[in-house]
Design a protein around this ligand. Structure first.
Ligand code: NAP
Length: 490
């Protein structure tokens, strides 16, 4: 962008909604692109998004830390191949500090309403503050709003009940009888971290999971010193990891018949064979293919569930009673605390914010019955609103940091149209959005996610809501926007 072009439009004002991984990224990149009028609205009193909210025992990222890092802020200090959540939170905060993001953040600023008019967005926050912005970047996360199961009697339980993403650290779990509902990544990490601390551990499984046994060794000081002294060795390591992850996993799961998917199946089956009790092994065996649901990465889940104080309950939960959980076989599982590892409402995105686009159209209406966005970034008639990790993106099978960086590189190119005064408003055309929707739903039919399981990848019709092509294709699509697919106004 030329300085002259920017001056013609006047400096753009940006509102970034959310101060998690993607919001921090947006603020850093906007500053680096020369935009200084940037406000990050963060509802909480601390940055970090998912890593601030998820503090359950064992929380970690199952994407290797050197991949789950910003490309502009490699971190030689990662302690483990998959570093714990608290370390990721500290990393995000340190990036925000060292890249000057903090001074752009308004804490306690929960955006409730966004209304487009006269080429600008008007924002209203929960405390009634108002602001205007030329561009809104929605960085509100995907796995954000906890999903609470509808189970009879849950409010009657005498002990504490909480969701993994709302862990109540005041509850003494050591030596207690603890039940966990769910067998997703959150439940499995919790299981491995908690089983040896409690007197009885009861895991309520509705659906068994395939588990890929990937170890999590510490990164030795010698290696960290090498990364510190020679950052290029760290970028090489990152590059190798990225290739391995992309070719061995991300690109493979979009083809249910790929050799990599077959290999994943074999490795998961061999892992399940390590369970010694044949009856337990049978109850842990999924009846669908590996990687259909998001794979669980854990080197020690099967060890944990075989501990003498651990019990896997596979009878359906019928209700919660004051003393514990009643299952369909009539048993009452007496508990002191109950944890809901029941996942997230993944169709929310920036909602519950009320978003009103051009002509008074509400995003809620446009997203009824399900959310969609052209290339996961832009919704027609909602100009200058760009989403990071929005609907239909490649969530779940690659580093979401890489995803957000690629998306933001693309968004910045659209922003250049505004900054250069070539347009006042930019949003995807309906035609492009329809074409994308058609192509992606068709491609979704070939993925491993539709081979016979229920998962959070699937929408209300059973069609995967996530990017159904390779990560390589995503990278290519994000390289440069095709302006033919956008409506540029003014
Ligand atoms: P999830 O994968 O959606 O798992 C939710 C679990 O709760 C499932 O086992 C589900 O059973 C069960 N469940 C939900 N409602 C239930 C009910 N009414 N009765 C009984 N069981 C019920 O959620 P998550 O474990 O929080 O993970 C979500 C995603 O977050 C992951 O897939 C991953 O992308 C990310 N994550 C990553 C990590 C990591 O990096 N390791 C850690 C945590 C989360 P069904 O399977 O039968 O539906």
């Amino acid at each position: 962008m030329t300085a002259g072009a920017r001056a013609a439009r006047g400096p753009l004002r940006f509102a970034v909604v959310g101060g998690g991984m993607a919001g921090i990224l947006a603020a850093v990149e906007l500053r680096q692109a020369g935009f200084t009028d940037v406000v990050v609205h963060e509802k909480a009193d601390r940055l970090g998004g998912t890593w601030r909210e998820n503090t359950y025992p064992g929380v970690a990222c199952d994407v290797p830390s050197h991949l789950y890092s910003y490309s502009f802020a490699p971190n030689p200090e990662w302690s483990h191949v998959f570093s714990p959540g608290a370390e990721i939170l500290a990393y995000l905060e340190s990036v925000a500090r060292s890249f000057g993001v903090e001074k752009h953040v308004q804490y306690g600023s929960e955006v409730r309403r966004l209304v487009f008019g006269g080429g600008r967005w008007e924002l209203t926050t929960a405390r009634g503050d108002r602001d205007v912005a030329d561009v809104v970047v929605a960085a509100t996360g995907v796995l954000h709003h906890p999903s609470y199961p509808v189970i009879d009697g849950v409010e009657q339980f005498a002990g504490p009940v909480f969701h993994t993403a709302r862990w109540d650290h005041s509850v003494p779990v050591d030596g207690a009888r603890v039940g966990v509902i769910g067998t997703g990544s959150s439940a499995v990490q919790t299981t491995c971290a908690l089983v040896d601390r409690v007197s009885e551990y009861v895991l309520f499984q509705r659906t068994p999971q395939w588990v890929l046994p990937v170890g999590n060794p510490p990164i030795e000081e010698e290696r960290r010193a090498e990364y510190r002294a020679d950052p290029s060795s760290m970028s090489r390591a990152r590059g190798e990891l990225a290739t391995l992850f992309e070719e061995g996993f991300a690109n493979a799961v979009v083809d249910a018949d790929s050799p990599q998917v077959k290999l994943l199946q074999q490795v998961c089956e061999a892992n399940l064979d390590t369970v010694t009790d044949p009856e337990l092994r049978q109850r842990l065996r999924p009846d669908y293919r590996a990687a259909c649901k998001r794979l669980i990465i854990s080197p020690n889940f099967y060890d944990a569930i075989q501990r003498p104080n651990a019990r896997l309950v596979t009878d359906a939960i019928v209700r919660i009673e004051p003393e514990g959980v009643r299952t369909a076989d009539g048993a009452l599982h007496r508990l002191d605390a109950l944890v809901l590892a029941t996942g997230f409402r993944v169709d929310r995105f920036l909602r519950p914010i009320e978003v009103i686009g051009r002509g008074g159209r509400s995003l809620d209406e446009v997203w009824d019955p399900r959310p969609w966005a052209y290339l996961s970034i832009s919704v027609p008639e909602f100009p200058n609103l760009f989403m990071l990790n929005g609907p239909n993106g490649p969530v779940g099978n690659f580093s979401l940091i890489d995803v957000a960086e690629l998306q933001f590189g693309y968004v910045l190119q659209l922003v250049e149209e505004l900054a250069g005064s070539r347009a006042r408003e930019v949003s995807a055309t309906m035609e492009a959005a329809r074409r994308f929707e058609e192509e992606r739903t068709q491609a979704a039919g070939k993925t491993v996610w539709v081979t016979g399981c229920r998962s959070w990848y699937l929408d209300d019709r059973g069609i995967p809501a996530v990017w159904p092509w390779t990560f390589t294709r995503f990278r290519e699509r994000m390289a440069r926007p095709d302006l033919e697919d956008y409506e540029l106004v003014g």
